[in-house]
Design a protein. Structure first.
Length: 244
């Protein structure tokens, strides 16, 4: 999705809020996202249709452009996770868990977007796991079709999860990515007692977003390693596995 300027010139130092006021967004984003009095029934009716897994995977593959070395077979596009072969500057392989991201009216903060972590054949009251593949970069992502934006969460922070766990990103983070190309958010996960770095990226800039996601994950892994060697500096993070 391309956002066209309204004809007004913005100062380089304009804030995201000022930019959102000048650049026209789709009608759904213009509604009072943070107004608790907004009728939930109306908000529910406005939710876009959920994309099929195959369609989500195709959009991700197209966004990779010539960095995707081989288009997966038809059958593979309908399976989660999706394993991809990619070229430099990306790692040689990606393992992708991709979900629809929607702004459900039941969110604690109205307007926030979330994915629901449910795996094929996972049953209620059971725990799921993001399976790592040696040599692959593990990606946990959501796609917001109305803005053509991908959200990249820290896969290590959500390696194991209960059925239908919700994972959120702020609406402002998504809007900034739609306008500026990329946006980041620090997010507290109270249940795990850790901080998570989230990246939102416009689909046209997906490769840049994946590189940034990899960089943040590596920084966290190095911090974990440093903290483990110096317990007095340890922070409440939980690391799982290794990066590619």
């Amino acid at each position: 999705m391309q956002l066209e300027p309204s004809g007004l010139d913005l100062e380089p130092q304009a804030s995201p809020r000022e930019r959102l006021a000048v650049y026209p967004l789709p009608a759904r984003a213009a509604r009072p996202l943070h107004d608790p009095a907004y009728p939930k029934a109306v908000a529910s009716q406005e939710n876009p249709a959920r994309w099929s897994l195959e369609k989500l995977h195709r959009r991700f593959c197209r966004a990779l452009g010539d960095r995707l070395l081989e288009m997966p077979a038809e059958a593979a596009l309908e399976v989660k996770p999706l394993d991809l072969r990619t070229g430099s500057p990306l790692p040689p392989r990606l393992r992708l868990y991709l979900f629809n991201a929607t702004d459900h009216p039941s969110e604690r903060r109205a307007g926030d977007y979330r994915i629901q972590l449910r795996l094929p054949r996972q049953r209620p009251k059971t725990r799921g796991r993001l399976e790592e593949e040696p040599g692959s970069l593990l990606i946990l992502a959501g796609y917001i079709s109305e803005f053509d934006v991908f959200v990249l969460w820290d896969s290590r922070a959500h390696g194991e999860f209960p059925y239908s766990k919700g994972v959120q990103v702020a609406a402002t983070t998504v809007h900034e990515a739609a306008i500026q190309g990329i946006s980041e958010q620090n997010r507290s996960i109270r249940s795990a007692g850790l901080q998570e770095h989230v990246v939102a990226i416009r689909a046209a800039d997906l490769v840049q977003g994946l590189l940034r996601r990899d960089e943040l994950s590596r920084d966290d892994l190095l911090a974990d390693s440093s903290n483990s060697s110096n317990p007095s500096m340890a922070e409440p993070r939980r690391a799982q596995g290794q990066l590619w």
